[in-house]
Design a protein around this ligand. Structure first.
Ligand SMILES: [Cu+2]
Length: 327
């Protein structure tokens, strides 16, 4: 009975896994895409290795599931009471017992070796070109660049923030100021903001007011910690996901090889606004990175944001930069 349940679970696992393999081809890069089932597209060596390991492991999982299913069908057909009225009475077979012990061990070793290789790639840090200290707060991120002397506070952009940036505070208050706070107002704001999100080219709930940048093709170390509770610094397309623990420094590294905008979000349940502390990293050319650093140093948030948008081919904004709830 247990064996049958186990085989059933393996068969279902195989089907799910094959759906994942099929889905990964259509996955977006830098952010999730509608109907996506697999991992987000890779732009770093680590994420490429994660993809390769994921696909490789799936092949083994599917092969095992198909084999077990075939065995079960064979047993059901060949050894049911009608087809096989007098069952054999033996209980041991040394050859088969050796095989069903050795083969699974070999399969586990075949999974363990590339898995350790991936772990070593993730946790042996090459010499950094840029170092970022990411600090998780309830509920926003601070990013410090100790070698460049800058600090960027990233807040989630809400519907009302982009509406305010688009309409101006006065017009915003005129339209929405008299509405009572609640679900109806939230729905109205979401509806009215939808075309603005589209025009901006920013993904709702993943976009932040002040984004951070890194130069393309450079090794970046992210030292991650937290001020209050445990958060998690994640950018799926970089293959980076590390806990931000108060009083402790964890680290991740990446070398992004493609200019663009990459989105992630806190991935450790951290409280009320856990779902509203995204991270945006723009990978830009060395020259754009330098001018962004200068703009941040000069405390010109608007210019800093426009530099990053232009550098990554995002639509330029006529409106001033939208600011999130906390500065
Ligand atoms: Cu968090």
């Amino acid at each position: 009975m247990m064996d049958r349940i186990r085989a059933g679970i393996a068969a279902v696992g195989g089907m799910v896994a094959s759906a994942f393999v099929a889905g990964s081809a259509s996955a977006g890069v830098g952010q999730p895409s509608p109907g996506q089932m697999g991992l987000q597209g890779a732009v770093t060596p680590v994420m490429e290795a994660i993809h390769a390991f994921h696909d490789y492991t799936n092949i083994i999982i599917i092969a095992v599931a198909v084999f077990v299913l075939a065995l079960m069908i064979y047993v059901v057909v060949r050894f049911n009471e009608k087809a096989n009225p007098t069952p054999a009475r033996f209980t041991h077979n040394t050859t088969i017992e050796v095989i069903w012990t050795v083969v699974p061990v070999a399969i586990l070793v075949a999974i363990a070796v590339p898995s350790f290789r991936l772990l070593f790639l993730q946790y042996s840090y090459p010499q950094p070109d840029v170092t970022i200290k990411a600090v998780g707060n309830a509920w926003f991120w601070d990013h410090e660049y100790p070698d460049h002397g800058i600090k960027v506070t990233s807040n989630v952009l809400r519907d009302e923030d982009v509406l305010k940036a688009e309409l101006g505070n006065d017009e915003f208050n005129k339209r929405y100021g008299s509405m009572p706070e609640g679900l109806a107002k939230m729905a109205k704001l979401q509806q009215d903001a939808a075309p603005i999100w589209k025009k901006r080219g920013d993904p709702r709930l993943l976009a932040v007011d002040n984004e951070i940048a890194v130069p393309v093709g450079k090794v970046v170390h992210v030292l991650v910690t937290a001020n209050d509770v445990i958060h998690n610094w994640t950018i799926p397309s970089f293959g980076s996901k590390v806990d931000a623990v108060p009083g402790r420094v964890t680290a991740t590294w990446f070398k992004a090889n493609k200019i663009g905008a990459y989105y992630g979000q806190c991935s450790e349940l951290c409280g009320r606004d856990h779902a509203f502390m995204p991270i945006t990293v723009r990978v830009v050319s060395e020259a754009d990175f330098k001018s962004w650093v200068d703009a941040v140093k000069a405390r010109d948030r608007n210019k800093a944001r426009q530099i990053l948008r232009t550098a990554t081919g995002a639509p330029a904004l006529e409106t001033k930069v939208a600011e999130g709830p906390r500065q």
